[in-house]
Design a protein around this ligand. Structure first.
Ligand SMILES: Nc1ncnc2c1ncn2[C@@H]1O[C@H](COP(=O)(O)OP(=O)(O)OP(=O)(O)O)[C@@H](O)[C@H]1O
Ligand SMILES: O=C(O)C1=C[C@@H](O)[C@@H](O)[C@H](O)C1
Ligand SMILES: [Mg+2]
Length: 168
């Protein structure tokens, strides 16, 4: 089975996909990393060289053209489910799990993270919380199409397994 983990930037997709795959002995793939390898540059560099529209095209292509092993946990980009038919494609090709977190918690994590996320354009504090609140409102209808949903607070592999209906 393929599991596609979705949710806003900073919700823990990369962290928890990796842990789940390690516990289950599944392959782990992070589509942001696959895109960076294919483009030969970081996402931040790709955005500044080619812009967001080109990034979204490439992101969708990477999602659909990557060869996944039979049993894989896939961490997706935070915006990926919200463009083209990507969310429907993931639902047709595996199970999807939305890691749900509040804007405040997301903002706290993103402020402390070293990864450069071009969509955030260096925002901090209240401005960051407001930005995330607006962006999440735009995006959540896509995330909520996921077959499974988990609250991202107090996360553990066992909590993920329970949300996916898999006994560990
Ligand atoms: N349950 C948790 N509690 C506290 N911090 C966490 C938790 N899960 C992840 N983090 C931290 O939050 C930050 C973002 O996590 P991660 O990179 O896994 O998010 P992401 O969803 O993959 O983000 P992006 O969409 O930008 O790739 C990291 O610094 C990570 O260590
Ligand atoms: O939420 C987004 O739009 C993004 C999230 C990251 O995972 C990367 O895919 C990129 O920084 C864009
Ligand atoms: Mg990630």
């Amino acid at each position: 089975m393929k599991y596609f983990i979705v949710g806003f930037m900073g919700c823990g997709k990369t962290t928890w996909s990796r842990k789940l795959a390690a516990k289950w002995g599944y392959e782990f793939i992070d589509l942001d990393h696959v895109l960076e390898a294919k483009a030969g540059m970081s996402i931040a560099e790709y955005f500044s060289s080619f812009g967001e529209d080109a990034f979204r095209q490439l992101e969708s292509q990477v999602l659909k053209e990557t060869e996944y092993a039979e049993n894989t946990v896939v961490s997706t980009g935070g915006g990926l489910p919200c463009f083209f038919d990507n969310m429907d494609w993931m639902n047709a090709n595996g199970k999807t799990l939305y890691i749900k977190l509040s804007p405040k918690t997301l903002a706290g994590r993103l402020e402390n993270s070293k990864t450069v996320r071009p969509v955030l354009q260096g925002k901090k504090g209240d401005e960051l919380v407001e930005f995330i609140t607006g962006k999440l409102a735009e995006r959540e209808s896509f995330y909520l199409k996921a077959s499974n949903i988990v609250e991202g607070i107090d996360m553990s592999v066992e909590k993920l397994e329970e949300a996916l209906g898999v006994s560990g």
